[in-house]
Design a protein around this ligand. Structure first.
Ligand code: NAD
Length: 259
């Protein structure tokens, strides 16, 4: 269904981004992978993506570096003639009180979770506009809509990406390019797994207690969102059926932000 289209997904060597890349590859799109990881893992991702008939490559651009982002976008242009579906997904987390928040962590989170989306978008838009078709999908978070303590950088970046999404959607409204954000609740990925041991130690809880009483405390369904559920929403937003959906913040959060 996406044969002949090219999708670039930042942070697609793990978790949500990887599932999105796999789902778009399964629809026949060419895929530009990005993100860190072992060479063997990345080779396996490329082989799986190619098995659906599209082409695939990986660019290791560090989303903190505008020059490396530009090099990645140049490669997509040279190899595939541009990016039709841009998924800004790369993201990191750090949890600390605001008055103790490490400066480098603040800068990294703002750079990766917010500014990188500006750098990819500004370089993808001219080609999308010219072709009269494009999909920009920003992976935000429930934290784009509501806050939690000790996540000041993450919440600031995710609220920022919500505003960026809406502004770009208005600019591009008559161009055939839609710009939307997906706001997941808790998804079981390495990003979330990494928070569990520290929380167990800090609060003297079992893994099960952390999952149910801390992580899923705000998620009424009491189950993690799956990466496939996020990828399915991307598939919808990338489809022609979603051409009137733009500037939207699509919650996939088990009811979290309904409260
Ligand atoms: P993850 O840790 O599994 O994957 C993150 C990806 O980003 C990896 O591919 C990693 O290599 C890449 N990455 C990290 N730093 C990078 C950098 N400097 N340059 C390039 N790539 C970099 O995380 P995930 O849970 O899959 O998160 C993906 C997105 O979804 C993030 O934006 C995150 O904020 C968002 N999100 C996650 C959850 C959740 O519960 N997991 C909930 C809401 C939103």
């Amino acid at each position: 269904m996406l044969q002949g289209k090219t999708a670039l997904i930042t942070g697609s060597t793990s978790g949500i981004g990887q599932a999105i890349a796999e789902a778009l590859a399964a629809q026949g799109a060419n895929i530009v992978f990005n993100g860190f990881g072992e060479a063997d893992h990345i080779d396996a991702l490329l082989n799986t993506a190619r098995s659906h008939g599209g082409r695939a490559l990986h660019h290791p651009a560090d989303m903190r570096r505008p020059d490396e982002i530009a090099a990645m976008m140049d490669l997509a242009q040279a190899e595939f003639g541009g990016v039709d579906i841009l998924v800004n997904n790369a993201g990191i987390q750090h949890v600390a009180p605001v008055d103790e928040f490490p400066l480098d962590k603040w800068n990294d989170i703002i750079a990766i979770n917010l500014s990188s989306a500006f750098h990819t978008t500004r370089l993808a838009v001219p080609g999308m506009r010219q072709r009269g078709w494009g999909r920009i999908i920003n992976i935000a978070s429930a934290h784009a809509l509501v806050a939690s303590p000790f996540k000041s950088a993450y919440v600031a970046a995710k609220h920022g990406i919500a505003g960026f999404t809406k502004s770009c959607a208005l600019e591009l409204a008559q161009s055939g390019v839609t710009v939307n954000a997906i706001c997941p609740g808790y998804v079981r990925t390495p990003l979330v797994e990494r928070q569990i041991p520290d929380t167990m130690k800090a609060r003297n809880l079992t893994r099960e207690q952390v999952e149910r009483d801390v992580l899923l405390a705000a998620q009424p369904t009491k189950r993690f969102v799956t990466v496939e559920e996020i990828a399915a929403m991307v598939g919808y937003l990338a489809s022609d059926a979603a051409r009137s959906v733009t500037g939207a913040l699509m919650s996939v959060d088990g009811g979290w932000t309904a409260q």
